[in-house]
Design a protein around this ligand. Structure first.
Ligand SMILES: O=P(O)(O)OC[C@H]1O[C@H](O[C@H]2O[C@H](CO)[C@@H](O)[C@H](O)[C@H]2O)[C@H](O)[C@@H](O)[C@@H]1O
Length: 266
């Protein structure tokens, strides 16, 4: 644990009711699986979050997924008080109510072109498209050489996104073509009450898209708000661990962290 992280954790323990805690879903609360539709929260995650929720000011999930996945099949919808920000913060789910804005036209244009673009590029067997409504994710995990396939598609998909006013979000064997202007850092800051600064913030993540939230924690620290950057460690991504205050062992380690924190508050 870094000294700044220890300070952040101490501030959460001192005034949990004013603290803001947010976690990523895939790879952090949900073990990575080959089929995105099959991803579920770790079996003990909902119970651990449910224990923590009444003890802290705000408890949130910030995910690249549509919010409907973690609260539905993902298994977290029954956690009282939980806020879920989906599509990198474009969507908000709270107390059973989901707010979803209209996607920009570029998403429909890319949806129409993407299968042909991938076929013309000779995308290998196993490449698949996940249609998230507001974004199209191109996954390579199920190909024979996921890293090679990802690199082959990177510049092509970057150019396609740019032509249609979208941006590319890279992740664990995935390139997402999504609307620009929102990221997990903006989403995390949006959880704060501008009239009442939090006692502390914590963000837990595992993937490149989570670095924007880490940057927000760093900025908040510079503004005087203690903060913690928690990494759900994996062999697939090292950049998140390099920037974290505390590294735990994947979703099982995150669940242990949640339980220990709830124990220390309750
Ligand atoms: O922000 P997150 O909650 O971490 O979501 C990021 C993307 O995660 C999902 O893909 C990842 O998890 C899949 C299921 O375990 C895995 O098959 C894939 O290789 C990973 O990249 C999800 O499918 C994407 O839509 C999310 O944006």
């Amino acid at each position: 644990m870094t000294p700044a992280g220890a300070e952040g954790l101490a501030a959460i323990r001192k005034s949990p009711g004013e603290a803001v805690l947010a976690f990523d879903f895939d790879g952090t609360l949900s073990p990575i699986v080959e089929d995105p539709a099959a991803a579920r929260a770790h079996p003990d995650a909902a119970a651990a979050l449910a224990r923590l929720s009444p003890l802290v000011g705000t408890l949130a999930i910030i995910t690249g997924r549509p919010a409907a996945h973690p609260v539905g099949n993902g298994g977290l919808g029954a956690v009282d008080g939980l806020v879920v920000l989906g599509q990198y913060g474009l969507e908000r789910w709270e107390a059973g109510r989901l707010t979803v804005p209209e996607p920009p036209p570029g998403v429909a244009e890319v949806r129409a072109k993407l299968p042909r673009v991938l076929a013309a590029a000779g995308a290998p067997a196993g490449v698949h498209i996940e249609d998230k409504g507001h974004a199209l994710a191109v996954h390579t995990r199920r190909t024979a050489e996921p890293e090679v396939a990802l690199e082959r598609l990177r510049s092509l998909l970057g150019a396609l996104a740019e032509r249609h006013g979208l941006t590319v979000e890279p992740g664990r064997f995935v390139l997402e073509l999504r609307p620009p202007g929102m990221d997990k850092g903006v989403a995390l800051r949006g959880l704060l009450d501008p009239a009442a600064p939090p006692s502390a913030v914590l963000f837990g993540g595992d993937d490149l898209g989570d670095l924007a939230a880490f940057a927000a924690v760093e900025e908040l620290r510079a503004e005087g708000v203690p903060g913690v950057k928690l990494c759900s460690g994996s062999a697939e991504v090292t950049a998140v661990a390099e920037r974290a205050d505390l590294i735990v062992d994947g979703p099982a380690g995150v669940v242990r962290f949640l339980r220990d924190l709830a124990d220390s508050l309750g």
